[in-house]
Design a protein around this ligand. Structure first.
Ligand code: ZN
Length: 194
């Protein structure tokens, strides 16, 4: 006799974790122009032939996953359990199959937003014990959700009042937050008590 232990039931509100792939280039300073982008040759200044004037060369290209949680709860519309030679599968339909347009595994569902956020932080490899000021992290390294951070744009300008809200970088302005307009290349945690 099979007994199915489903954690969630039909009509229950849940918070769902999703991930998206982002492209990440690991670069290093060009060893011909030493990051200048230009070289001098017989008294002439010309664009560096190795990095084409960019100052940096790409070492590795890869796709990484960023996990996030939708802050709006979703409703379970059906629970499906199936048994095959490959094993047992428990899947949930959410919002009448509108969510992601497919059945969702139990591991992606949470009864509270906070639980879902904590799981995302973990999946995004955030080490909560390594929250150190003054260390700059690159864009793809996700900060602890809700912590104050300072971001740096492509021109090296710093912007404070930023946070990661669980799905995107946003700018906090007094009473509301909105997605950041800054073209963020790196960030660091703000000092404690600031
Ligand atoms: Zn170069």
């Amino acid at each position: 006799m099979l007994s199915v232990e489903n954690k969630y039931d039909v009509d229950q509100k849940v918070f769902v974790i999703s991930h998206r792939k982002v492209h990440k280039d690991t670069t290093k300073t060009c060893d011909v122009c030493l990051g200048e982008g230009n070289i001098k040759y017989r008294g002439y200044t010309m664009p560096c032939p190795k990095c084409c004037g960019k100052g940096r060369v790409v070492l590795e290209k890869k796709d990484i996953k960023i996990y996030s949680v939708d802050e709006n709860p979703h409703t379970i519309t059906s629970v499906r359990f199936s048994v095959s030679r490959q094993g047992q599968v428990l899947r949930y339909r959410i919002d009448g199959n509108k969510f992601d347009n497919k059945n969702v595994e139990e591991e992606r569902l949470f009864s509270t937003y906070d639980e879902a956020l904590k799981k995302c932080d973990k999946l995004n490899n955030i080490d909560v014990n390594q929250k150190t000021d003054y260390i700059w992290h690159d864009y793809y390294c996700i900060p602890i959700t809700g912590e104050n951070i300072i971001v740096k744009d492509v021109f090296g300008k710093e912007w404070d009042n930023h946070r990661w809200n669980g799905s995107c970088y946003y700018e906090y302005c007094e009473t509301f937050g909105k997605p950041s307009r800054v073209d963020i290349v790196s960030w660091r945690y703000a000092e404690e008590g600031k």
